[in-house]
Design a binder for this molecule. Structure first.
Ligand SMILES: [Zn+2]
Length: 167
């Protein structure tokens, strides 16, 4: 836990490595544990309001929603948040994203998970994340399927024959 209200007020700085696990809120978004490097610091805007600036480098592993193959990609994103209690949230401008907290205590991992969910594109595909064409992955998969189909009747036949001998 980190008191984020104090952190931004004191212009705190933090660097932390963390690992996000698949499942729960990241279900369907990541398919393997993701190493993240978080950097964040507190600063003030022109009006003197303290806010939080963060940068995350995530080694993302996810399943492509088109070809279903794994995508491994370095996914970087930035965030800016104004940690405030619910009363002060009303004072923020429309373009100032609040991080609402009554006592200031924030779980850093939850914070990174929230921001990752917001930063991820709504569709996770090779094209969106890596600018790669899915077709080369799909051709590989099609090849696998054809080979399995070719092999299976023979396997079945062999199985039938050995059954004949046994009976
Ligand atoms: Zn793909």
């Amino acid at each position: 836990m980190l008191n984020i209200l104090k952190f931004v007020k004191n212009a705190g700085q933090l660097e932390q490595q963390l690992v996000l696990q698949p499942g729960e809120r990241l279900e369907g978004l990541i398919s393997e544990p993701v190493d993240c490097a978080l950097q964040m610091h507190g600063t003030q805007d022109a009006a003197g309001k303290p806010f939080l600036v963060g940068h995350v480098q995530a080694k993302l592993v996810t399943d492509c929603q088109v070809c279903m193959e794994k995508i491994k990609v370095n996914f970087d994103f930035n965030f800016e948040l104004y940690p405030v209690n619910s009363k002060k949230a009303e004072d923020l401008n429309d373009d100032q994203e609040p991080l609402i907290t009554e006592d200031g205590d924030v779980d850093i991992k939850d914070l990174v998970i929230n921001e990752l969910i917001l930063a991820l594109p709504s569709v996770l595909t090779h094209e969106v994340l890596t600018e790669e064409d899915c077709s080369k992955h799909q051709i590989m998969r099609a090849g696998e399927v054809v080979e399995q189909k070719k092999r299976s009747p023979f396997e079945v036949l062999k199985q039938l024959k050995s059954d004949d001998f046994n009976s």
